[in-house]
Design a protein around this ligand. Structure first.
Ligand SMILES: [Cu+2]
Length: 500
């Protein structure tokens, strides 16, 4: 059992590092996994796992005067950074010390339904006060993450409202990255409450074009509901905002040197919110989206991320000072959504300077020079909202059907090896970060404009907009498709694909 204890102690040490606010930064080339794992063969012969994740309610210190209780992995937020090697099998023991069944989803990985962490696909639950061992071959390489995948419904102490989120980095076999070090940032809110209607940023997606029939349909449905005296459906707001579990001004700053090239791996770990991130006086050079390299690096003044999206971007540290890197929403940043970047030798209070408003155009990351192959089939989808239709929550439907846990019939059928185009049409004014399990997709049309070469597993579909993505059915088994906004997925916004 020695190596098991060693493994656990290292987990605890990693936990201390993150919970203490100092970032898990690694020099590339050093290639040390954050959590050393015993040899794979050992784990297979003597029954020890490479990693252990324990789900339990623990105190988390967001700030010196704000200690909350939430469900965590290994007593920390975010959960430990797991660094896997592409193609090298891993075994993970998951212990559930809570009173409710859990699912741990390996977001962005091409795994089987047996371990994907989705009850809808048939993954067994990790029972309350029980354990489950999963083993799989990590792929594809890049920035992935893991998170809980249970329905929260009206319970804001469940699902992704908790601290059950952690980063995964799958080391590629070859890494051509031109940077000095990596910094992982998980953006996440805590202390959720319900409200009637919200104030989500809506106008940052580009192009801003809307589709007339979608807008007509959506507005007519909403107006009819309000005319009957129905209030707006519930939305979720938050009391505290954090990066790596610390509110702005708490925990260690990111300490940098002039001339350094820092590769930021940014994850929106929110249950429901879209986030932005800017660093005054600096530019982000985006190199990967959802962990997948984009055709060529693209410079942007700041980032926008829907829930579960990841952006990997290099920042050249060429503007010495003490800066607040944070959300462009003043309210959210002032309630904690930021982290201090401190140049060596600089002193003073952190400065925030709002960037000029910038838009987020997925197509700018693509390569238009290569034509898009024709799909074997186009699958049409329309997303609709029924205002406050389910115990005061909005009910969501795909092609008129709201997903229900008691009747999980697959809605779409695919054949292995075929290329499918999902034509997603959003007849609501909300932005939906849409996720497909166990597969990646390529963006082929955004807001009416064609694009190519951006491979993702989540994409935001703007209000009254249409987005098209192509995917190849190359990972047989039930495959869950859903909006990653917890309120939406919990109230109908899911569907299953089956291979036939
Ligand atoms: Cu949604």
């Amino acid at each position: 059992m020695l190596s098991s204890r060693v493994s656990r102690r290292n987990l605890v040490r990693a936990a201390g590092t993150l919970a203490g606010g100092s970032l898990l930064t690694q020099t590339f080339g050093c290639k040390q996994p954050a959590i050393p794992s015993p040899k794979e063969s050992a784990s297979q012969t003597d029954g020890l796992a490479d990693y252990t994740l324990t789900i339990a309610a623990k105190p988390v210190e967001l700030a010196s005067d704000r200690i909350i209780s939430t469900t965590t992995y290994n007593g920390q937020f975010p959960g430990p950074l797991l660094r896997f090697q592409e193609g090298k099998r891993v075994t993970i023991d998951i212990h559930n010390e809570t009173d409710t069944p859990e699912q741990l989803h390996w977001h962005g990985q091409f795994v089987s339904t047996e371990v994907d962490g989705s009850a809808e696909e048939g993954t067994p639950f990790i029972p309350p006060h029980g354990s489950r061992r999963v083993t799989f071959v990590p792929r594809p390489s890049g920035y992935r993450f893991y998170h809980t995948h249970v329905r929260a419904g009206a319970n804001l102490g469940m699902g992704q409202y908790t601290g059950l989120v952690g980063p995964v980095y799958i080391e590629p076999r070859v890494n051509p990255g031109n940077y000095d070090r990596e910094v992982f940032l998980t953006l996440k809110e805590f202390e959720p409450t319900l409200s009637r209607g919200g104030d989500m940023a809506m106008d940052f997606l580009s192009p801003p074009t809307t589709v007339k029939d979608l807008k007509d349909t959506g507005e007519a449905a909403m107006n009819a509901s309000l005319a009957k005296g129905t209030p707006h459906g519930f939305e979720v707001g938050y009391g505290s905002f954090t990066i790596n579990g610390r509110m702005l001004g708490n925990g260690d700053p990111i300490r940098v040197k002039q001339g350094e090239r820092v590769l930021f791996h940014v994850l929106n770990g929110s249950a429901t919110e879209i986030r932005s991130l800017a660093l005054p006086g600096h530019t982000f050079t985006v190199v990967a989206m959802d962990g997948n390299p984009i055709p060529k690096p693209v410079n942007v003044p700041g980032l926008w991320l829907g829930t579960a999206e990841r952006v990997s971007a290099i920042v050249e540290m060429n503007h010495p000072g003490i800066w607040t890197m944070g959300d462009t929403s003043n309210d959210d940043r002032q309630h904690g959504m930021g982290i201090v970047v401190e140049y060596a030798g600089q002193k003073g209070k952190p400065q925030w300077v709002a960037p000029a408003p910038f838009h987020w155009d997925y197509a700018q990351f693509g390569n238009m020079e290569v034509p898009v192959p024709e799909p074997d089939e186009v699958i049409e989808m329309t997303f609709t909202k029924q205002n406050a239709a389910d115990i005061g929550f909005n009910r969501w439907a795909i092609n008129g059907v709201a997903f229900a846990e008691d009747q999980m019939h697959p809605m779409f059928r695919v054949k292995q090896g075929k290329r499918y185009r999902l034509r997603m049409r959003n007849a609501s004014d909300d932005i939906h970060p849409i996720h497909l399990h166990r597969h990646s997709f390529e963006l082929t049309r955004v807001g009416g404009r064609p694009t190519r070469g951006v491979i993702k597993d989540v994409v935001m579909v703007g209000g009254y907009q249409a987005v098209e993505v192509d995917f190849v059915a190359d990972n047989p088994g039930l495959t869950l498709f859903h909006c990653h906004q917890q309120l939406h997925m919990d109230f109908g916004f899911m569907a299953l694909f089956e291979y036939v």
